[in-house]
Design a protein around this ligand. Structure first.
Ligand code: ASP
Length: 467
């Protein structure tokens, strides 16, 4: 790409809430134009549009004609934004024609779905693709109308996935080739549709809900950008959920491992897989707030941030359940754990945490509450022989729990950290049901009752992050 000669190159991404209407789009375009470094822009659909597209598809599939109302909502918002953003004239007319033909196609597809009463994941991906396509068409027209060169880029041309509709798996070598070819001659700022891609057979696919961050990361890696900025509606990644912990603060720098851990455990800012392409190419990702330009945001990079606090942040997952497999007969008996995990994997139950005491008397597994009953029945079925021989006495499920994860690179080697953590919780009368710490020592996870969540998170935050 010869990026060194061209100076810093940024890929910047704006989510649905940043482009919910014409006034927000104007603010976003100001951000885009504020620096010549902003060369590629990835956009989501306008806020709520993807949900409306899905609802229309589901209604049409059920033969429910209310899909026409949802269609009209998409149409009204599309033309409304165009009218408010692009002045009447040739560009307005040609853009309107482009939007109209997209809307007609969307309408025809819905009608087809209604007739055959079936909406496959493949059809749904195609229907969902209109959100990003309509929005990027409008934004690029608006920029051109205002005298700033911008080119619409349909990500289906440059991101190749397999045929797993609903959440395609990216073919990176081919994608990077396509990106490099396509971006060579972009006229002005490239306005790229987030979320959507295509299969080798040319079918529209998507990268999974909220997949536009991932698009930005893939594009940044493909063009070998210097920075990938994800603009959202919060000041950055926070030390805890501010709705529960009023003292939560923005973390200015995160290592990749910390960011992955925090997002895995429910910090909503960024999805873990989003970071993979940028990590591989050592491109820093910055989380910024569209509504607060003065906030510097959170930088996620390969650098190990220097900080004094013993922990970096606290994340939590609610609605989890604890499955306890208990029995004296498991002691010293190899193979039981492997049978348990094989069964759960076959049942498609996602294991979030495991802990086994060295007495081997019980193994406890944390999974989503919604998967717990299914997990229990499957285990009872698959382990029937061990249960009949009384080597396992009981498979119990406890629900209404919360998994709390304390995360930080600094935690490694800190003698006494767990002691302080458990004392803080004990002093606040929080009862701990299970604990796990990986040998990387960058994460201590614990399970508590959901009703003690607020007390627990605030106690930990006060102890480690507010002094
Ligand atoms: N519009 C898509 C969604 O709502 C993708 C995104 O916004 O990231 O899931």
């Amino acid at each position: 790409m010869g990026k060194k000669k061209r100076g810093t190159m940024k890929v910047i991404k704006f989510g649905g809430s940043s482009v919910s209407d014409s006034s927000k789009i104007k603010a976003v375009v100001e951000i885009i134009l504020s620096s010549r470094e902003n060369r590629f822009v990835v956009l989501s659909a306008m806020k709520g549009i993807t949900n409306t597209l899905i609802a229309s598809a589901r209604a049409a599939e059920a033969g429910d004609r209310s899909y026409k109302e949802q269609y009209e909502e998409v149409e009204t918002r599309t033309y409304g934004a165009l009218k408010e953003l692009v002045r009447e004239g040739t560009l307005y007319e040609t853009t309107k024609e482009t939007l109209q033909s997209m809307l007609e196609e969307y309408h025809d597809i819905l009608h087809g779905v209604e007739l055959i009463r079936e909406c496959s994941l493949r059809s749904l991906d195609l229907i969902m693709s209109f959100g990003e396509r309509l929005n990027c068409t409008i934004v690029s027209a608006y920029m051109n109308d205002a005298g700033h060169k911008a080119e619409y880029i349909d990500a289906r041309e440059i991101i190749r996935t397999d045929s797993s509709f609903g959440k395609g798996s990216v073919d990176f070598p081919r994608t990077y080739e396509l990106i490099r070819e396509r971006v060579r001659n972009v006229n002005g700022v490239g306005i790229i549709t987030g979320f959507i891609a295509s299969s080798a057979q040319g079918f529209t696919t998507t990268l999974g809900r909220n997949g536009s961050d991932y698009t930005a990361s893939i594009i940044a890696a493909g063009v070998e950008a210097d920075v990938c900025e994800i603009w959202t509606d919060v000041d950055g990644v926070l030390t805890a959920d501010p709705r529960v912990v009023p003292g939560a603060k923005v973390i200015d720098q995160l290592s990749i491992e910390e960011a992955m851990e925090l997002s895995f455990f429910g910090a909503e800012v960024i999805h873990p897989s989003t970071l993979i392409p940028t990590v591989e190419k050592e491109i820093p990702v910055i989380i910024r707030n569209t509504m607060n330009l003065s906030a510097p945001g959170t930088v996620i990079s390969g650098m190990k941030p220097k900080r004094t606090a013993p922990i970096t942040g606290i994340a939590s997952i609610d609605e989890v359940a604890l499955i306890n497999v208990e029995g004296g007969g498991m002691i010293g008996m190899p193979g039981v754990a492997s049978r348990i995990f094989t069964s759960l994997a076959e049942e498609d139950v996602n294991v979030i945490m495991i802990s086994q005491a060295s007495s081997e008397h019980s193994i406890c597994i944390v999974c989503r509450q919604s998967e717990a009953e299914r997990a229990k029945s499957r285990l009872e079925k698959d382990l029937a022989d061990v249960i009949a021989s009384k080597r396992i006495q009981k498979i119990g499920v406890q629900i209404d729990l919360e998994l709390v994860a304390v995360i930080g690179d600094n935690m490694k080697g800190q003698v006494g950290l767990s002691g302080r953590l458990f004392s803080a919780l004990g002093d606040s009368q929080v009862n701990i049901l299970a604990i796990a710490q990986g040998s990387t020592e960058k994460n201590i996870s614990l399970v508590i009752e959901k009703k003690q969540r607020e007390t627990a998170l605030n106690a930990i935050h006060r102890t480690f992050l507010e002094s």
